[in-house]
Design a binder for this molecule. Structure first.
Ligand SMILES: Cc1cc2nc3c(=O)[nH]c(=O)nc-3n(C[C@H](O)[C@H](O)[C@H](O)COP(=O)(O)O)c2cc1C
Length: 439
């Protein structure tokens, strides 16, 4: 008791920091003064000496969270800065359940983040973005990450006894339109709307419940900024927008790609996803060549010279395969070992593939929610692809945002058909986004 008089804390042993920690543990959207007091084993009135009100406590929570936000290191390209920041904000939102809608719903809740936003703004301007574009970029980025996370959290979270949001969403969808579109088909006949097949891509999917699509959204933001007048006005000498060291610089001027699609599926006949994707790729013809590697090398004896010649002729190299044991299929591994030789693909004279695009097209059996920090596999699909991303760095190729087909074991025929169309669009695109090391 005597010590308490000497203690500079305003209450009998209850520190403001502890109250903040307790509130954060309960959840920024869920704590009440009563719950916090109970957690600390004191009476609600005792808290008043450490925090003035619930709003005061919420502000203190926000200050704590903002102080922990990981900002990109200085000197990054502006696009890389944005990618890193998006990843960092997502991680923060994952760490503090309820933070996303607190930031959306409570107008002042974001105020403690102002210093962090300012630091990011300064870094973006130093990296070549115009002042207004830097604010625009941050505004959009925060909006995208918050809403994407809020929506993903709602899909992952409970929607009723034993039911997740994604289950409820698909159930309601099927009640409206029928899983096979039968219900909607009736309306379609009556002329009330499009045919069911037109809506298949809109049926809620497991992948919506994780961060899988966030990278694409951020890339669209980056490409939009890159294309805006103000960004171009920063000039080709400005770091970032179109600078020579930007990974995107070459894409601005490159003609359509000579594309080599190497399909590494051990049993393509019985495949659903890869078979459909490869077949659709074949229909594109022109500059797009598709090779079924297991058919060409059934005994795993790879013609290294022929493979290297094929690679040399390509601007964009697509490695298409199903994820097996969180990795590649065995022939792809053998192909990497045999074809990417020292002095040709890597080493001081190994520059044969420098500057080419490397695009992975991977089907992943597990659902989107099986990957990521909350999922059974803990790591994201992108993290499991790191060895390929690292290989890309070693051989000097540009590592494009991978084309992932998650939930490939349960995927419907309609969704496969849609995926094949998406694949055709990606393969035909003259410009694709690069995935940064932080992606
Ligand atoms: C040997 C083997 C290992 C697999 N490992 C994984 C895995 O680690 N993670 C996963 O999500 N799916 C895994 N799967 C599921 C495949 O990824 C899935 O069957 C494939 O992507 C579906 O594509 P397809 O229809 O073209 O065959 C595995 C399948 C097999 C046969």
């Amino acid at each position: 008791m005597t010590q308490d008089w000497e203690d500079d804390e305003p209450s009998g042993g209850i520190k403001r920091d502890d109250v903040v920690a307790a509130a954060l543990e309960i959840g920024v959207d869920a704590f009440t003064m009563g719950k916090v007091a109970k957690r600390l084993g004191v009476q609600p009135a005792d808290l008043r000496r450490a925090v003035a009100s619930r709003d005061d406590l919420l502000a203190a929570c926000m200050e704590r969270v903002a102080a922990g936000l990981r900002l990109p290191r200085t000197g990054l390209d502006w696009a890389d800065h944005l990618r890193y920041l998006a990843d960092s904000i997502w991680t923060m939102l994952e760490h503090y359940p309820g933070l996303d809608h607190t930031l959306i719903d409570i107008p002042w809740a974001g105020v403690p983040f102002a210093p962090a936003v300012k630091r990011s703004h300064t870094a973006l301007v130093e990296a070549g973005l115009a002042e207004a574009d830097a604010y625009l970029a941050l505004d959009h980025l925060v909006g995208i990450v918050l809403t994407a996370h809020r929506s993903a959290a709602a899909l992952r979270g409970p929607a009723g006894p034993g039911q997740r949001g994604i289950d409820a969403a698909t159930q309601v969808w099927d009640e409206y339109y029928g899983q096979d579109g039968a219900t909607f088909g009736v309306e379609g006949v009556q002329g009330f709307g499009p045919r069911s097949s037109d809506l298949a891509a809109l049926r809620p999917q497991e992948s919506w419940a994780d961060a899988a699509s966030l990278g694409t959204k951020i890339e669209i933001l980056i490409e939009g900024l890159r294309a805006s007048t103000a960004v171009m006005a920063a000039g080709p000498g400005a770091h970032g927008a179109a600078s020579a060291d930007s990974p995107h610089a070459a894409q601005e001027t490159e003609p359509p790609m000579n594309t080599l699609v190497l399909v590494f599926h051990p049993d393509i006949e019985n495949s659903r996803v890869n078979k459909a994707l490869a077949a659709r790729a074949e229909t594109l013809g022109g500059d797009i060549t598709v090779r079924y590697m297991y058919d060409i090398y059934p005994d795993f004896t790879i013609d290294v010279e022929a493979e290297q010649q094929a690679l040399l002729a390509a601007d964009r190299i697509v490695l298409q395969y199903p994820m097996y044991w969180l990795s590649t299929t065995p022939l792809l591994k053998k192909w990497l070992d045999d074809v990417l030789t020292f002095g040709w693909a890597y080493g001081s004279t190994g520059t044969a593939l420098h500057g080419k695009e490397l695009l992975l097209a991977v089907s992943v059996g597990g659902s989107g929610s099986a990957y990521g920090r909350e999922g059974a596999h803990i790591f994201t699909v992108h993290e499991f692809l790191r060895p390929m991303q690292g290989t890309s760095r070693v051989i000097g190729t540009k590592y494009m945002v991978p084309f992932l087909s998650v939930g490939a074991l349960e995927i419907t025929d309609e969704a496969i058909a849609q995926r094949a169309e998406d694949y055709a669009a990606v393969l035909s695109a003259s410009k694709l986004p690069v995935l940064d090391i932080f992606g």
